[in-house]
Design a protein around this ligand. Structure first.
Ligand SMILES: [Fe+2]
Ligand SMILES: [Fe+2]
Length: 237
C-alpha cells in the first residue's frame, strides 16, 4: 500500500517504495474541482497507485493526467488511468502530445503552449517546456501557482526511504545520486537555463518524483542543486 501524504494545500504525494531499487516512485494528486494526477507510475503499479488515490478521492473523478516526460515510471499507467476514469484526459504541451501522447494515449491530449496553464478550480497548473531537463525531448516542469509547488520530476531525486516532506537538506542526497548515476541528467547550457527559469518561479515546495518533497527552503535548494551540477560538469569523471 503506498504512503499518502498532503505535502501542500490540496497536493498529495502517493509514494511507493521499491526496496530492490532503494527508490520511491512518487505520484502527485491535486485535489480540486477538476482533480489532476501528475505522473501515473509504472503500469505494473497501477492498482497500487489507484488504491492510494482512493484514500483521497474517488479515482473515477480524475479529470486530468499529466507528466514531465514519457518514461515508464512517469507515464506507464497512463492508459489504465484514462480507461478507468471516464472523464480523464491527458494534458501536456503541444510538442509533448505530438512526440508521444498522440500516438500512445487512448484519448486525445489537451495541449497548452509553453508556460500555459490548466485551471483545476482553486489550483492552476502551468507547464513549462524544459527539453532534456531532467531528460527526454518532451520534458516539462509543472508549477502549481496557488501553493507555489514545483513538480521537479527527476531533478533532485534521492535514493532511500525518506520522509514524505522535509525542510532538511535534499541537495546533498540528490547530488549523491547524480554522482552514482552521472548520465541520469544530461548537463549543459540548457540545464542551467531551465534551472534559472525555475528559480525565478520562487517555489515554496518541490514535489520530487523520487525521495522526499522539500519545503521551507525550496528555491534555495534549486539554486544549490544548480551550483552542484556546475561543479560536476567541470569535474572530469
Ligand atoms: Fe525520468
Ligand atoms: Fe523518474
Amino acid at each position: 500500500m503506498p504512503e499518502v501524504d498532503e505535502i501542500a494545500d490540496g497536493v498529495y504525494r502517493i509514494a511507493t517504495f521499491v526496496e530492490d531499487d532503494d527508490l520511491s516512485l512518487n505520484q502527485f494528486l491535486i485535489l480540486d474541482d477538476e482533480p489532476l494526477l501528475f505522473h501515473t507510475g509504472p503500469r505494473a503499479m497501477f492498482r497500487e497507485t489507484l488504491d492510494g488515490i482512493a484514500r483521497v478521492l474517488d479515482p473515477e473523478r480524475l479529470r486530468w493526467v499529466s507528466w514531465s516526460h514519457f518514461e515508464a515510471d512517469e507515464t506507464g499507467a497512463l492508459n489504465e488511468f484514462l480507461e478507468f476514469a471516464p472523464h480523464a484526459l491527458p494534458v501536456h504541451t503541444e510538442f509533448g502530445a505530438a512526440l508521444n501522447a498522440d500516438d500512445f494515449a487512448v484519448k486525445p491530449t489537451r495541449t497548452v503552449p509553453d508556460g500555459g496553464a490548466v485551471d483545476l478550480g482553486r489550483h492552476r497548473l502551468r507547464l513549462l517546456a524544459t527539453p532534456h531537463v531532467p531528460h527526454c525531448w518532451d520534458a516539462v516542469m509543472a508549477f502549481e501557482t496557488t501553493t507555489a509547488t514545483l513538480f521537479t520530476s527527476d531533478l533532485l531525486a534521492q535514493l532511500g526511504h525518506r520522509p514524505p516532506v522535509t525542510d532538511s537538506d535534499v541537495v546533498e542526497p540528490a547530488l549523491s545520486l547524480m554522482r552514482a548515476f552521472p548520465d541520469v541528467i544530461p548537463i549543459g547550457g540548457h540545464t542551467f537555463a531551465a534551472l534559472d527559469r525555475l528559480v525565478a518561479l520562487e517555489p515554496a515546495t518541490l514535489a520530487i518524483h523520487h525521495g522526499g518533497a522539500c519545503n521551507g527552503h525550496a528555491t534555495r535548494a534549486l539554486v544549490d542543486f544548480g551550483t552542484g551540477l556546475r561543479d560536476m560538469a567541470g569535474t572530469p569523471r
